[in-house]
Ligand binder design. Structure first.
Ligand code: UFG
Length: 339
């Protein structure tokens, strides 16, 4: 069977780490990325780690003709679909742009896959689909909530589209909070402009690019009053995509009429914003200027995963702890600043 796997958004944060793991596991990643939130330089980072330069097409998944041409050029066995906009706040400002890109992009991709007899897809979903769960840790049987943002709604709608289309074998991966960088510091997160997410904001503040970090809210119903999340290392998350491909292969298209599975990907441990800050300071020895501010609109108070299903069925287990996540993010920040 062909080992060529299409990776949309393969130069992004999670995509690039997954491409590295694909090479180590004998897959041939074929990247399509429109560089809207990534850079062609990531290819050289991947080459430094793996010794290989992946095939790359600079195109938008919404461009059906160009995407069809990629399927014409390669024998694509499966697709890992990362390409999407992901800024929660921006999605509130520009909802149509989010629906067009994230939902429209998936529909175009599925049409092209179907026309080319490719039925296997791993989809990037998010724990945001749970909203604020009543039971913690949250497992996959928890109801999907009314989304707090258009971004969250695009993930929910995309899962529904995949669920409804029985021509596809689907593994939908609900990520919790991916952070960190490859231990080589050759690839990592490249936030555009002012970061929205906690860890890039911490590392940019620590290196002096930002004056101080604002902790959004200190009056939550948590032990120290700050929000709790389930942070996981991006390399652990990348591993899960290899296992998801193996899972789809083991299901075997043709034996069943399509197949839809969803998995939580988190460590199972929640850490508060304050704990993340404290761990960053103690593990890097670097001071961090921070202050407490008001709550950020749309934030859930606390969420962490029950990853038992992924542990059991995919055979996936996270290997890196919070200290390793934060130290790798810091090493990456220092590397970027030294350029
Ligand atoms: N936070 C701060 N200060 C900051 C940034 C974040 O205190 O400057 C807090 C947030 O309030 C939250 C925690 O840090 O309590 C984590 O925030 P992130 O923005 O890093 O991540 P979220 O949990 O908000 O996750 C969101 C979406 C995910 C999406 C992710 C990445 O819910 O679906 O952003 O885009 F995947």
């Amino acid at each position: 069977m062909s080992k060529e796997v299409l990776v949309t958004g393969g130069l992004g944060f999670i995509g690039s780490h997954t491409v590295v793991e694909m090479f180590s596991n004998g897959y041939i990643p074929i990247i399509v990325d429109n560089l809207s939130n990534s850079s062609e330089e990531v290819l050289y980072g991947i080459k430094k780690i793996t010794g290989k330069v992946p095939t790359f097409y600079n195109l938008d998944v919404n461009n059906k003709t160009a995407l069809s041409n990629v399927f014409f050029q390669h024998k694509i066995q499966a697709v890992i679909h990362f390409a999407a906009y992901k800024a929660v706040g921006e999605s509130v400002q520009k909802p149509l742009m989010y629906y067009r890109n994230n939902v429209g992009g998936l529909i175009t991709l599925l049409e092209v896959m179907q026309e080319n007899n490719c039925h296997n897809i791993v989809f990037s979903s998010s724990c945001t689909v749970y909203g604020q769960p009543t039971n913690l840790p949250v497992d996959e049987s928890s109801p999907v909530a009314i989304p707090a943002s258009p971004y969250g709604n695009t993930k929910k709608i995309c899962e529904e589209i995949l669920y409804d289309n029985h021509a596809f074998n689907v593994v939908s991966l609900r990520y919790f909070n991916p952070i960190g960088a490859h231990p080589s510091s050759m690839i990592g997160e490249l936030p555009l402009g002012i970061p929205n997410n906690l860890v890039p904001y911490i590392t940019q503040t620590a290196i002096g690019l930002r004056e101080k970090l604002t902790v959004y809210g200190s009056d939550y119903n948590t032990p120290d009053g700050t929000c709790i999340r389930d942070y996981l290392h991006v390399c652990d998350l990348a591993d899960a995509h290899i296992l998801a491909l193996e899972r789809i292969n083991s299901i075997g298209f043709g034996e069943k009429e399509g197949h839809f599975e969803v998995y939580n990907l988190g460590t199972g441990n929640g850490f508060s914003v304050k704990e993340v800050i404290d761990t960053f300071i103690s593990s890097t020895g670097v001071n961090l200027n921070f202050t407490y501010g008001p709550r950020r609109e749309g934030d859930v108070e606390k969420v962490w995963a029950n990853p038992s299903k992924a542990n059991k069925i995919l055979g996936w287990k996270t290997k890196r702890n919070l200290t390793e996540m934060l130290v790798s993010a810091w090493e990456w920040q220092k590397k970027m600043n030294s350029k």
